[in-house]
Design a protein around this ligand. Structure first.
Ligand code: ADP
Ligand code: MG
Length: 143
């Protein structure tokens, strides 16, 4: 079981001024913020992050969306972080997401769904390193 996951507050939520409310939900659920920044992704960076979806019909739209404005990647720590965070954000499509989940509360559509959460411990580690340098992680996570 891993203790880390990567969240991203996506450009739709940042644009709608929901960053603070979403961070509050995350911390109220017991996650600790270990690293955080606001960035505007390049096409290369967003394309690389979502490489696994390259063959999907929505890939180009997804890269377009994720580069449409700033987003807020956050490295989080909690026991069983990956599964716990997926529970907190809810289903990919907010229409299917459970009441009280972040996507149910704040997302408008399956494509523009307010938040990202890693789907495995292995991907969490890769995704955290996509956004945070060794130095930033050493400083924030400790030895
Ligand atoms: P999740 O973010 O819940 O892990 P996926 O990994 O399947 O979902 O997809 C990555 C992201 O791609 C989604 O969060 C969403 O922004 C977008 N996406 C997924 N499926 C679709 C779809 N059918 N149409 C448009 N966008 C989609
Ligand atoms: Mg996914």
């Amino acid at each position: 079981m891993s203790y880390k996951t990567l969240a991203i507050i996506k450009p739709d939520a940042v644009k709608n001024n929901l960053t603070g409310q979403i961070i509050a939900k995350i911390t109220e659920a017991g996650f600790k913020i270990k690293a955080m920044k606001m960035v505007r992704l390049t096409k290369d960076s967003a394309g690389g992050f979502y490489e696994v979806h390259k063959a999907r019909t929505f890939y180009n739209d997804l890269v377009e969306f994720m580069t449409s404005g700033p987003c807020v990647p956050i490295a989080l720590e909690k026991e069983n972080a990956v599964a716990e965070f997926r529970n907190l954000i809810g289903a990919t499509d907010p229409a299917d997401a459970a009441d009280g989940t972040i996507r149910k509360l704040f997302a408008a559509s399956k494509a523009e769904n307010a938040v990202h959460g890693s789907d495995s411990d292995e991907n969490a580690a890769l995704e955290i390193s996509h956004f945070f340098s060794r130095k930033e992680l050493l400083e924030n996570f400790g030895a």
